[in-house]
Ligand binder design. Structure first.
Ligand code: MN3
Length: 198
């Protein structure tokens, strides 16, 4: 069964004014769809290599798998991390874990903003559950896969590729990142953290 592009969990204009309909169409229908296509193609090429026994191009297949799989996963997570009813602050277990690992919600937010804003080139800001430390950590991802840590589970991600914001915000990445906090679906983040801890 090839990988499939998931539908957005809301209408294309549901996150306006933070993200307009045109940006969402391009981002979901073209960019995310492209990663799903690239992932399926990479898997087909690997299957063909397994059948022929010719692994001379395996390095490129591994690169395509890491890039496209990570792109597919992060975008799927990104859509569900946002909601037209989002914003505010987390509650319950998630709020307690954030306080434990960052000192306060304000410090978490400041670190997430700073880390995400300073991603070099195209990439992501990522809040992830790190099982070895039993803690939440803030990571950067360059492209979709570089600077990741093995075994962590991302629970909140923010795309800062230019395709995510340039139509509306041009070079004002910091303004885009700050606006993200008005649409974060904290219930989704909390559910992902609970699942990751199990
Ligand atoms: Mn993107």
């Amino acid at each position: 069964m090839p990988h499939q592009l998931p539908d957005l969990p809301y209408a294309y204009d549901a996150l306006e004014p933070f993200l307009n309909e045109e940006t969402m169409h391009l981002h979901h229908d073209k960019h995310h769809a492209g990663y799903v296509k690239g992932l399926n193609e990479a898997e087909e090429k690997i299957k063909a290599a397994q059948q022929s026994g010719d692994f001379s191009a395996i390095r490129g297949f591994c690169d395509a798998l890491a890039f496209n799989y990570s792109g597919h996963l992060l975008h799927s997570l990104f859509w569900s991390n946002m909601s037209p009813d989002g914003g505010g602050q987390p509650e319950g277990e998630l709020a307690m874990q954030i306080s434990k690992d960052f000192g306060s919600f304000a410090t978490f937010k400041a670190q997430f903003l700073a880390a995400t804003n300073s991603v070099q080139g195209s990439g992501w800001g990522v809040l992830a559950w790190q099982p070895l430390g039993s803690q939440l950590v803030i990571l950067q991802a360059e492209k979709h896969q570089n600077l990741a840590q093995w075994g962590v589970t991302p629970v909140l991600v923010l795309d800062v590729w230019e395709h995510a914001y340039y139509l509306q915000y041009q070079n004002r990445r910091a303004e885009f990142i700050a606006g993200f906090f008005d649409v974060i679906n904290w219930d989704d983040v909390a559910a992902r953290l609970a699942a990751a801890r199990k």
